[in-house]
Write a new protein. Structure first.
Length: 175
């Protein structure tokens, strides 16, 4: 049995200038070091999920291992495969990657501006899709309102620790 560990990006947005795996490949017990160039043409990018109900949605394919740049902290960059997990982890520390940090796109409103650098250049924008939804006469509703509150609300990401439905909820008995 072989053990694999993944080298992940420490940057939210950066170009990969170089990745030197030669010192790692020479280590006793290391079976392989895989980079994007090693798996090119063999392992396909992860395609986006088809979403028929969202016509016009632009979602890029996702590389299994980052090629020329990383787009988020933790993006896989390389994989070290070795005879045991200790050798694999030690070898991972010897991988030398040179990054050129790029400005991260933190504010979604700023990232959606035409002047923002696109994360995925092929799309030419950071906007995946625009949807306009409206009902009734908004101007008439504003004219009749006693008070109008205009504000921008930023909601942070949340991680929900919710057990699957089948574990937390019992189904009613049928008899």
């Amino acid at each position: 049995m072989l053990h694999a560990v993944v080298l992940r990006s420490p940057h939210a947005h950066a170009r990969i200038l170089s990745l030197d795996a030669a010192p790692v490949c020479a280590l006793p017990g290391v079976a392989a070091v895989l980079t994007a160039s090693d798996i090119a043409g063999v392992v396909r990018d992860i395609p986006p999920r088809p979403t028929r109900e969202l016509e016009g949605l632009q979602v890029p394919e996702h590389p299994v291992l980052a090629r020329d740049k990383v787009c988020y902290v933790g993006q896989p960059v390389a994989v070290v495969v070795a005879q045991d997990r200790y050798i694999a982890k030690d070898a991972l520390d010897l991988l030398q990657v040179e990054y050129e940090p790029l400005p991260p796109l933190i504010d979604p409103v700023a990232a959606a501006q035409d002047s923002a650098t696109p994360m995925h250049a092929a799309f030419g924008t950071n906007v995946a899709m625009r949807i306009r939804v409206g009902r009734g006469d908004l101007q008439a509703a504003f004219a009749q309102a006693d008070c109008i509150v205009r504000e921008r609300y930023d909601v942070p990401r949340h991680r929900w620790n919710v057990e699957p439905w089948s574990r937390t909820t019992s189904r009613p008995s049928s008899g």
